[in-house]
Every structure is written in C-alpha cells, then in structure tokens.
Design a protein around this ligand. Structure first.
Ligand code: NAP
Length: 423
C-alpha cells in the first residue's frame, strides 16, 4: 500500500473515530486536523495538539497532503473547502451526505476534470458497506428497487413508541437524553437526513442524477401512539422508509415517509438505531444490508476503508478506481407523489352517527379506491369515533381527493393521519 498524507477536517464523533482507527495503519500519516474551536478540550490519550488548526484551508492548500478527509458536515464551508482541495489535486473521502445530495454533481464534475476521486462510503448508512458494492461488484445489475431504513434516530424513536407505548414527544426526549437524537432533531425527524441518503443511493443505483428538491419527504412527527397501536392490531409496525423505484417507463419514484410495514417484512424487524437497505436487481435478485448506520466506530470503518482502498490503488495507478467516478450527466425524471400507487392507512375521526361507515365506503368507491379493512375503535367522550381504513393499491391523487370530499361532510371531524402501507 502507498503511504499517504491525509488532512482531516472535523474532529467530532466521526473525526475522533477515524483518528483512533488510523493508529493501526502506519502507511497513513495524519498531517493536520482542522477544527472549529481550537481551544476545545479533546479527551484523547497522548494527543499531539500541534496537529490542530482552526484554518481548514491550510489543509486544502497544503501541497504535502494527498487526501482530504472531510468529516465536519454541512455545506458551508465544506463545499468551498472541497472545491479548493480538488482544484489542488487532492483526493477526497467524505461522510457528508448533505453536501453530496445538494452539491455532489458539481464536485464530481470538478473531480473528473482534475483526475481525482471522491469516496463517500460513510455518507450513507454509516458502517454498512453499500456505495462500494453498488459501484463495483453489483455493476452488472439493473437495480430497480431500494427500500431502506436509513435514519437510526427515527427508527429508535419509533421502536420505543411501539415497545413502551410512549408518545412521540416522550420517545424523542428519551432519545435526546441517551444521545440518539440531537438537541435540534429536525434533520432526522423531518426526514431530511434520510432524503439526502436516498438521493445518493438512487443516483448511483439508477445511474441518473436525482434532484433532492423533487424527493417527496415526510417525517415522523405526526405519528401518534394511537397510530402505532392501530398498526399493531392490524399486523404492522411503523417505520420511516426511504425508497427509490425505477418504473417500467424509465421514470423514477424516490421518497421518504413513514409506512406501516407488515410484521413479516424484513424491515419490520429492524429495531432501535440499526439501519437496513433492501435492494432488488437483475440478475442478482434481492439483497439486504443491515448494521450500524451511525456511531464513531462503525462510521470510521467506512471512512478508513475508503482511505485504505485509495492507498492500495494509488500504489499501482495515478487514476484509481475508475468505477467510482460519477458520470451522471442526465437528470432522472422523478414522478410527484400524486402519481404514485400505494396501499393506505387512513385514520379518521368521525361523529358517532349512523351511516358514517357507508359514507366513507361511498366516497372511496367514487374515487376508485377499494377498501380492504375498515375498523371502528370505540366511542370517545365527545361522541366521536376513531375509524381506521386500509385500502387496496390506489393512486395517491385519488386518495387525496377522497379525503378532501370526506372532510366536507359534517360527520367527518378530522383525518388524523394518512400513511402508506408496505406488505
Ligand atoms: N455521527 C455519525 O455517526 C455519522 C455517521 C455517518 C455520517 N456522519 C456525517 O459525518 C459528518 C460529521 O459528523 P459528526 O457527528 O462527527 O459531527 P460532530 O461531532 O458535530 O463534529 C463536527 C466536527 O467538525 C468541526 N468543524 C465544524 N465546522 C468546522 C470548520 N468550519 N472547520 C473545521 N472544522 C469544523 C467541529 O469542530 P469542533 O470540534 O471544534 O467543534 C467538529 O470537530 C457529518 O457530515 C455527518 O452527517 C456522521
């Protein structure tokens, strides 16, 4: 393996994990580490403080550094720093999914011009190897479907809501106390993090650029204990699912939203902070990749793996890993959520009056929706009833229209939730 000088930008959870794992690899020399706050106490044994700088451009412009490892996160200044480093002929290893999902095509174009590579195994599902397998050994396949749990925080919250019958708010608070959720959990609970990851996965799986702004995204903040309970009674568990599908006409359907997942489905069995990716392709068939989607050590496994693969390739060639170069010039045609077909779970709050079930059946029927299950869940103190409907496969725009019509009736008080179903 070639000896490489690396510069690490970011020395938080992932950066310190990478530092610790790299101690075993004598051919990789850490030349400099950039941080935001140089005065912060770093609890690392025998750490040489002189490695630190608060000016990350020192690394991007250092002619002795071969590879920049970017584990700081965010767009600014990461985007400009990586552009500078690439312009200076440095290879990049990054864990930054937001940067790749929003600005990846610009960076990959520049990297191609400058004959350097950008490796990003850690950007999707932390320690699970998924980018490299898709780009290398699975390249003979036409991948047509990905369904995945890509966010550990939301999976942890949903698991605890189901196991301990907690409200969303209580489960989130406990996740924050245990370090599974950040103080501002928006990126995770509103599905942004999973959307960045499925944008990257869909781009490399379907070989066309996916526009992050066209991904339908819905988080878990509206899931109630009642939804979890109803799902359980019906034989389902609720998960935040990121999916990408190549349709027969070549269009693609990419989205992130909570789903009722049938208990027999493999993804229903993925609990707590674990991630899992199911992938279907021809000729390989179905594959499942499961493991730790975050954390210092699992994520360092992917970052250090990328660095070592690079070191090994650079031993014999100046232009390593041609398979990993991203050449996607065309944008995929992404369909809007209204055009998708799904089975649905609809939770309705209605007045306890005769004919309500009939009215729901009629309005669904008029909008091409077949009901497969309808269940009334007792009477509330205010003389309203909770009604749960599961539909057969229907068009989203028809379902939305039916819900609008239902809400015009005096006896329908509210649509408490609409979730899609995966069997
Ligand atoms: N955490 C995970 O398990 C995980 C898993 C997969 C991917 N990732 C991705 O990995 C990246 C890092 O995540 P993390 O959890 O390690 O974050 P983190 O713990 O918040 O650490 C961020 C680090 O970046 C440094 N930093 C921030 N702005 C900087 C700047 N302008 N110049 C130089 N350094 C700067 C911070 O410096 P100070 O220490 O001085 O504050 C800190 O050391 C993100 O893109 C994240 O999405 C994380």
């Amino acid at each position: 393996m070639k000896s490489l000088n690396i510069g690490i930008i970011g020395f938080g959870t992932v950066g310190t994990g990478v530092y610790n794992v790299l101690k075993s690899f004598k051919n990789i020399k850490i030349k400099k580490i950039a941080v935001k706050n140089i005065n912060k106490k770093r609890n690392i044994e025998n750490f040489d403080e002189s490695l630190l700088t608060s000016n990350a451009y020192e690394l991007a412009n250092d002619p002795e550094i071969d590879v920049i490892v970017e584990v700081a996160g965010g767009l600014d200044p990461a985007f400009d720093l990586l552009k500078t480093a690439i312009q200076n002929g440095k290879h990049i290893v990054t864990a930054n999914k937001e940067l790749l999902a929003k600005k990846g095509s610009e960076l990959f174009k520049l990297a191609k011009e400058k004959k350097v590579v950008i490796l990003y195994e850690a950007a999707v599902a932390g320690g699970i190897p998924i980018i490299f397998p898709i780009k290398t050994i699975l390249c003979a396949n036409k991948i047509n479907k990905i369904a995945a749990i890509l966010n550990g925080t939301t999976n942890y919250i949903l698991t605890k809501m189901a196991e301990k019958e907690l409200s969303y708010e209580t489960a989130l608070k406990q996740a924050q106390e245990l370090g599974y959720a950040e103080t501002d959990p928006t990126g995770d609970v509103e599905g942004f993090d999973a959307a960045y990851k499925i944008a990257i996965l869909s781009t490399i799986s379907f070989n066309k650029k996916v526009d992050i702004n066209k991904i339908y995204r819905e988080g878990i903040t509206k899931i109630t204990s009642q939804d979890i309970k109803s799902a359980k009674e019906l034989g389902y568990t609720i998960k935040l699912i990121a999916m990408g599908q190549l349709l027969e006409n070549g269009e693609i359907d990419v989205r992130v939203h909570p789903m009722l997942v049938a208990k027999k489905h493999l993804l229903a069995k993925i609990d707590n902070a674990t991630n899992s990716i199911m992938l279907s392709g021809y000729p390989v068939g179905d594959l499942v990749f499961t493991g730790a989607g975050a954390g210092a050590e699992p994520t360092a496994s992917s970052v250090v793996g990328d660095i070592l693969v690079l070191a090994s390739e650079l031993e014999t060639t100046d232009m390593p890993l041609p398979q990993t170069v991203c050449n996607h010039n065309e944008y995929a045609k992404q369909i809007p959520i209204g055009e998708t077909y799904n089975e649905y779970y609809i939770a309705i709050n209605a007045s306890n009056s005769p004919g309500v079930i009939g009215l729901i059946g009629t309005i669904c029927g008029q909008n091409n929706i077949n009901i497969s299950t309808i269940m009334q869940k007792g009477i509330n103190n205010d003389n309203t009833a909770e009604i749960v409907v599961i539909t057969e496969k229907s068009k989203e725009s028809d379902v939305q229209k039916a819900l609008e019509e239902l809400l015009k009736s005096n006896c329908i008080k509210n649509i408490d939730n609409l979730l899609r179903v995966m069997n």
